[in-house]
Design a protein around this ligand. Structure first.
Ligand code: ASP
Length: 453
């Protein structure tokens, strides 16, 4: 059997739901359907999830969120009317929203999660009602009843190990099961959502729990592209990727699939297939454990900005036991998570996402590293971009690094940092944000369009 997940844009209108219906019905193995909340119908449109967040925030500020509630209900209503779904579902959605708004607001983050989760929960009810109205045996599945247990972390819940066993009994339910994405329940019975775009995670958890043959993730692009299409027009589509390659690419900005979503599928060895709801005939991209290296050493190039680097230098650092621990310990005290630590004999750079730090923290950290670790030099460099050149084939190919650095030199991009070897499937370059686009273009040209003799 297959678990099929549809993203927000695939469920944004009645017309989109008709496509979803056709896709599900065209393959009897598509038994479990995971849905997002209705997303954007056009560029300036607002996602239902964003309306719900606004709604919760207004309520917490003591303002009546009538406008947002009307907008949310309006979205479902338009879909129901377009598809002649019985209006009773809309009444239920309205009541559900009213009761969520009337619930305990003493823990704001939890209250926001409760409202946010209604986007997918109510959409699953609507989709199930639509399938039923077409004479199909389909039912809405409540994540609480089915046992999707998660940690009590608002906006960042993690599935608990016991959830998998409980969810596996869904096997016995007949017909098509419509399961809302994005949230689960704590042991105390409270709603907690995954991080944004987390319906992908739900699909992967269910694929694992039900030992599905395939996890299909339907979105609005034909495939995972080898580079950001906003940087390179019509880039090459990737036919097949390994879990590790996808992980590295999504780390640096490939958002087609939530990065946490790979874990459950990967653990159970279930292939993930990215497909387009608007063009289901397109082959899409398969994410698998191993692939034939038929497509050269590099499969994709990703980049992300907003990084900074704390450079620390101290003579004989290499001989000082505990230096690294103390340095990272200072960052830990400020709740900062670091990304990479490229190092030399007497120096080390710690790369972090700079949105975690304000000016005050920055000053304090520099002072503490200088005084507590007696560093010779400490400085922070801002506005860095990281570029990941990814491909399993790199291990077996000679000269990939030299090709990449030559291409960057030719494009007059100064490499601030290189990290290679820690990961077997990627090379990482740190460059100034202002050079990011040029660097990606140069690398793409080198690995994907240059004619090799
Ligand atoms: N609706 C949620 C969001 O916009 C989750 C999802 O679509 O996967 O983040």
């Amino acid at each position: 059997m297959k678990v099929v997940k549809f993203g927000g844009s695939s469920l944004a209108s009645g017309q989109q739901l008709e496509k979803v219906f056709k896709i599900v019905l065209s393959d009897p193995e598509r038994r479990v359907v995971v849905v997002s909340a209705p997303g954007k119908r056009f560029t300036e449109d607002i996602k239902v999830t964003d309306l719900l967040i606004e709604c919760a925030e207004k309520a917490l500020d003591g303002i009546n969120p009538k406008e947002q509630i009307d907008a949310v209900v309006g979205r479902y209503k338009t879909i129901a009317e377009d598809l002649s779904i019985p209006s009773q579902v809309i009444d239920e959605i309205q009541q559900d929203l009213a009761s969520r708004l009337n619930s305990d607001q003493s823990k704001p983050d939890r209250f926001i999660d409760l409202l946010k989760a209604s986007g997918e929960d109510n959409n699953a009810k609507l989709v199930a009602a639509y399938f039923q109205s077409k004479g199909i045996q389909a039912s809405y599945v409540s994540p609480k009843e089915a046992g999707l247990l998660v940690s009590a972390e608002p906006g960042n819940a993690q599935a608990l190990p016991e959830a998998y066993e409980l969810l596996s009994s869904l096997h016995n339910r007949p017909g098509i099961l419509v399961f809302p994405g994005f949230f689960g329940y704590s042991h105390e019975g409270e709603v907690y959502t995954f991080s944004r775009s987390g319906s992908d995670i739900t699909g992967s958890i269910l694929a694992n729990a039900l030992k599905a043959d395939l996890y299909e993730n339907f979105t609005d692009v034909d495939a995972v592209y080898s580079v950001n299409p906003f940087i390179i027009k019509k880039p090459k589509e990737i036919k097949e990727l390994t879990y590790r390659e996808m992980r590295e690419l999504s780390y640096a900005g490939f958002t087609v699939l939530h990065d946490e979503a790979l874990v459950p599928a990967f653990r159970a060895g279930i292939p993930v297939h990215i497909k387009n709801t608007n063009n289901p005939a397109a082959p899409g991209t398969r994410i698998v454990a191993e692939r034939e290296n038929g497509n050269g050493p590099v499969v994709g190039i990703a980049s992300d900005d907003g990084f900074c680097s704390i450079y620390v230098s101290k003579y004989l650092m290499n001989r000082e036991i505990g230096f690294g621990r103390k340095l990272l310990g200072i960052l830990e005290e400020y709740g900062l998570s670091y990304e990479h630590t490229p190092s030399g004999i007497d120096d080390v750079s710690v790369i972090l996402r700079e949105n975690q730090m304000d000016d005050e923290t920055e000053k304090e950290i520099i002072k503490r590293i200088k005084t507590e670790l007696h560093a010779d030099e400490v400085k922070i460099e801002h506005s860095l971009a990281l570029i990941m050149v990814v491909g399993e084939g790199m291990r077996r190919n000679v000269g990939t690094m030299s090709k990449a650095s030559k291409a960057l030199a030719k494009a007059k991009v100064n490499i601030e940092m290189i990290n290679q070897g820690s990961s077997e499937v990627s090379m990482m370059f740190g460059v100034k944000e202002t050079d990011e686009k040029r660097a990606v273009q140069a690398l793409y040209e080198e690995f994907f369009t240059a004619v090799t003799v």
